[in-house]
Design a protein around this ligand. Sequence first.
Ligand code: NAD
Length: 288
Amino acid sequence: MEISGHTQLLCLIGSPVGHSGSPAMYNYSFDRLGLDYAYLAFDVKEEETADAFQALRLFGAKGFNITMPCKTAALRCCDELSTAARLIGAVNTVVNEGGRLIGHNTDGLGWVRGCRASGFDISGKKMMIAGSGGAATAIAITAALEGLGELAIFAQRDHFFANAEATVEKIRGHVPGCKVSLYDLADKERFYAEISNSDIFTNATRVGMKPMDEMSLIEDKSAFRKDLVVSDVVYNPRTTKLLADAQAAGCRNVPGISMLLWQGVEAFRLYTGLDMPVEEVREKYFSE
Ligand code: NAD
């Protein structure tokens, strides 16, 4: 596609953004679908978030993605928020609807769609999730909104623990059909008891990524029943120790890279109303 005076702008804001695969993925998809859009990446610091919103509003950008550290500051800059973005407390996708900037969060939906693509439907199921940071909050809240039956959250007692307590309150208040409980990650007896009756275990902590790439939260490998689905948000490395152990035990896996791909697919749909050529994009940008 050639850029013309009519080409519409989309972009990523955050810092750093130089390593991001988003411009390649979106521009390839725009080209494949013959859409007259161009996607760039702008380095924006957290305290510059409001200015970036104002600039993109002025330029009539069609939409933009937001990465760290601007996802929380972006909440206050939107004219309207989706239910998921409001409850998660973070925005990763903004759509310009006739001058109104609508904030969404597709991280959790990306995880749900990644599960579905791996053949696992969360409806009515029980999930055990470890973690209470950004990724964990997005997954826990979106999974509850999307029909999860029961959720057991295990969180380390660090400064993220209050997030988990807030998530429990939000789910109880807004999605009473999803039963939710919170435990200390250090309680190993409860950890293994809960995993034994869960349908899916999700690691949403930093354990598994460098410098913790030799570690997995599931140390007792007898916990890997064949009918347990194991998901990891960590995507670097692609196959974490948790996923390698789960694979060796014959469990179905949902890798972190799948959440990354599908959150982009969801954002693309919000921007364009169309499906990204997902298999081509996976092959081109998401295979090892
Ligand atoms: P965060 O800093 O917001 O939260 C980190 C979480 O890890 C906290 O709950 C913290 O308590 C926990 N944690 C850290 N060290 C721990 C340890 N030693 N034992 C137990 N828990 C520990 O981070 P985040 O943004 O939620 O990201 C977490 C991971 O998810 C990162 O690896 C990130 O790259 C990945 N991520 C992946 C996607 C994706 O699309 N796949 C999206 C967002 C984040």
